[in-house]
Design a binder for this molecule. Sequence first.
Ligand code: FAS
Ligand code: PHB
Length: 389
Amino acid sequence: MRTQVGIVGAGPAGLMLSHLLHLRGIDTVVLECRSRDHVERRVRAGVLEQGSVDLLVRTGVGERLLREGLRHEGIELRFDGESHRVPMTELTGRAITVYGQQEVVKDLIAARLATGGRILFEVDDVRPGGLDTDAPVIRFRHGGRAAELHCDFVAGCDGFHGVSRAAVPAGVLSTYERTYPFAWLGVLAAAPPAVDELIYAYHERGFALYSLRSPQVSRLYLQVAPDEDIADWPDERIWSELRTRLETVPGWSLNEGPILAKGITPMRSFVVEPMRWQRLFLAGDAVHIVPPTGAKGMNLALSDVALLGDAFAAWYAGGRTDLLDAYSRTALERVWRAQHFSWWMTSLLHRLNTDDPYEAKLQSAQLRYVTTSRAYATSLAENYVGPPG
Ligand code: FAS
Ligand code: PHB
């Protein structure tokens, strides 16, 4: 097989890059190790920054997002028996949209297949090679047969556990990481959300988040120990803990309902630099991970490939290498801003060391400052809604 840009991974990064390059007349092939059904059903992120919404809409894949997405102009911080709204749109002029990552993936797959895009699902043994030549080859197996994809460039969009990052020779990449002493237990429930906007709750037993997917479906999270086993969390225990941590203001209660999905996600901050080696360009979770407290993961992935799409387009249009050469440096500026914000939001809202009363007092003081200082609230808001598109 032959293409111009070989893309490994059909998540938001890989699919969006394929779509953006198609719009510029650049041919791609996307290699995905899971099935189409799996990637379209995988429940993950839920919040799109204004810039991500604008990107999807202006590139023609935002029609269902505009119809079904839920535009939110604020979030709520809940602590010490109080609830405080951060009026993000009033403070920044921008909003967020709640729209499940799996919906973005469905829309992008549909758009690519409708325009003749080549996405090979259920491939295995993917091995990018020749990355330090001008003729890379991705070897893989599909349908039980060995295959080769000859291309000009390889985009590694295969997530944290993918193979692309590992294709870079030892000694080239610098790794920056932090692990956290907790994980998130996430549930998807057939329960009408009892919220108009997201609630981030700080509680002595741990963090809780009340999000949603539609007027009929709630998405909720609990801070749990890093080694928790989901088998130890029957539905009733989940709802009991959510009630304890969220029902802390008079007259308010959450809505329960059948749990459709539940899982535990580890928490880590992770970046490798640079985001490029020769003809390999890394994007999204393949090259950075943030704790989801700041709702940055998917948005960063889309931001990376928006840059990469412009850089490939400049190369194919006129042989320009300046944007390709600048990709890593430019992307990392946004990545590190999001890394800091995600760490800050996580540190603010989670019980980090339950034996340290001083830490809890600092967190309460910072939460009170966020909810009483317009300047500090604006700082949170502009990081949360993301930069202008
Ligand atoms: P992805 O991981 O989405 O996509 C990579 C793709 O590559 C996958 O489809 C994978 O199957 C494929 N792949 C992997 N190895 C391959 C190989 N060897 N060959 C071919 N294909 C391969 N972010 C938030 O903002 N909020 C959240 O609540 C949130 N929850 C999350 C929960 C979980 C369990 C996980 C893992 C992540 C969560 N994230 C969340 C982060 C998530 O949304 C990512 O930021 C987002 O998926 C990044 O998109 P991609 O970079 O495309 O990577
Ligand atoms: C979600 O709805 O899945 C979600 C929302 C906000 C976050 C993380 C996850 O910070």
